[in-house]
Design a binder for this molecule. Sequence first.
Ligand code: FES
Length: 106
Amino acid sequence: VKITYIAADGTDTTVETQVGNNVMHTALSNNVAGIVGECGGAMMCATCHCYVDEAWADKVGAQIDGEEDMLECAAADIRPTSRLSCQIKITPELDGLVVHLPESQE
Ligand code: FES
C-alpha cells in the first residue's frame, strides 16, 4: 500500500509499505523528514503528530483513548484531524492515504 506524506512546505513523499505497519514507522524507515517518533510508538511522546488529510479522516477514524491527552504535548497546533501517526495502523483500506506533517515536532 502507498502512503503520501506532505511536509509543511508542501513537499510530498510517497512510500510503499505493508499492511500491519503504522504511519510513524513507515515514515522513519523511509527517511521521511517531519516525523520523529521518539518513544517508538508507545504513545509517550507527541513527536509523531500528523494531520490526516480531510478526504481520509473518516477512514482513519478518531483518536483513541489517551491520544488526545498526548497530543496536547505536541509542538504544533492541534486540529480536528490531528493524530499520533504511530497509532494509525495501516490496513488495505488505507492504500493511498495522505497525511500532512506539522512544521515542527520539537
Ligand atoms: Fe511517540 Fe507516537 S511515537 S507517541
